[in-house]
Write a protein of this length. Structure first.
Length: 360
């Protein structure tokens, strides 16, 4: 997979007043062929004002878009594309492109500031201007040619007041979107510390972006709930298996404090709902077993095993389906003994089986 930028699209990012720059490569070509000035003017059919053509022809001026186009990176290979996913995610988070086409990024965390700089260096070998405001936030500023290159690749995704998920982003492969989400969660995600609930949250004002995040995570097998809080939207991941899938498929950046917080939170979950069910399934994959045998192996109460197999019926709380009610396990009566075995249809569907376990 590779991406590239063509000159026509690059010039379009400069506005209508620079449209004439599309003819500059033709002027360079005519000069290279040593054609005379008047003949060049005739061949260009007077599409370039004579004064502009004279300055171009005499090397007194160079078209700005053409000059920037020669300086900017124009072809992007797999390593670059991988970095671009993270860069776009950070820009959608705490970055943006202003009306003056300057690319900027702001954060209070040194880790994220350094991460953004590394990405821009790796992709564009870009120099940066840094300043710190009175509140302690660090601001990064990059030249307009980098913004225009990104707009050529991914459309108008990063305008400060109108950030959006463009068709160019939507058509990228799912692994690329997962890397984008990791960077976005680095910026706008959190792992709240609470005794009462375990959650990974994402906060956004832009509803369209957060709906796309929810849809993309659903494609990755991660369920989430969307909650409105005033002008903000909160996307919350709460289920144990969904937290596991988030950790395995998206996660926070390696070395970032939020990744450590997520690992600590998951490790602190006692007897998670699907963890026990997965252990039961692993045992039944070997051979059919009785409830007593399963309880003995797992060193758990037979009543708890019964609940995981048959479900829990509750009066004041939502009842839960067990493995039997969900169609994963069936029970067979052998004399006076109940023997539990995996459902053949479930067992034969290897892809679904792995997704259920949070492996894929």
């Amino acid at each position: 997979m590779k991406l590239d930028i063509n000159y026509k699209n690059f010039v379009a990012e400069y506005g209508e007043q620079f449209k004439i720059a599309l003819l500059y490569p033709r002027v360079v070509e005519l000069k290279r062929k040593k054609i005379g000035f008047k003949e060049a003017q005739r061949l260009l059919k007077n599409r370039v004002p004579i004064s502009t053509l004279y300055f171009w022809w005499s090397n007194r001026a160079t078209s700005l878009p053409y000059k920037d186009f020669l300086k900017i990176k124009r072809k992007f290979f797999p390593k670059d594309i991988k970095c671009l996913a993270s860069l776009v995610g950070h820009i959608l988070g705490d970055g943006g492109i202003g009306q003056n086409k300057m690319l900027h990024y702001c954060n209070t965390e040194v880790f994220l500031i350094e991460e953004f700089q590394k990405l821009m260096k790796a992709i564009f070998d870009a120099r940066v201007k840094i300043y710190r405001d009175k509140s302690g936030s660090m601001h990064l500023r990059y030249g307009r040619k980098f913004s225009r290159a990104l707009l050529c690749l991914f459309g108008g995704f990063a305008n400060e007041k109108t950030k959006k998920i463009t068709p160019q982003i939507r058509k990228m492969p799912i692994w690329w979107k997962a890397r984008l989400l990791q960077a976005l969660y680095d910026d706008d995600g959190s792992v709240p510390k609470s005794r009462y609930y375990k959650v990974v949250a994402l906060k956004q004002k832009n509803k369209n972006i957060i709906l796309w995040v929810q849809k993309t995570m659903k494609e990755l097998g991660i369920n989430s709930r969307l909650i409105q809080d005033g002008d903000n939207w909160h996307l919350r991941i709460t289920g144990y298996m969904d937290l596991i899938r988030f950790r395995d498929k998206i996660n926070f950046s390696k070395g970032y404090r939020k990744q450590t917080q997520l690992a600590t939170m998951i490790d602190g979950i006692k007897s998670p709902h699907w963890k026990t069910k997965n252990k039961i399934i692993e045992l039944l994959k070997q051979e059919p077993k009785t409830r007593r045998k399963i309880a003995a192996i797992l060193k758990m109460n037979q009543g708890v095993i019964y609940g995981h197999l048959h479900g829990w019926k509750r009066i004041k709380r939502k009842s839960n389906f067990g493995l039997i009610g969900s169609g994963f396990v069936k029970v067979q009566k052998v004399g006076r003994i109940n023997l539990y075995r995996l459902n053949k249809a479930f067992r034969s569907n290897r892809k679904f089986f792995k997704t259920f376990q949070g492996v894929t």
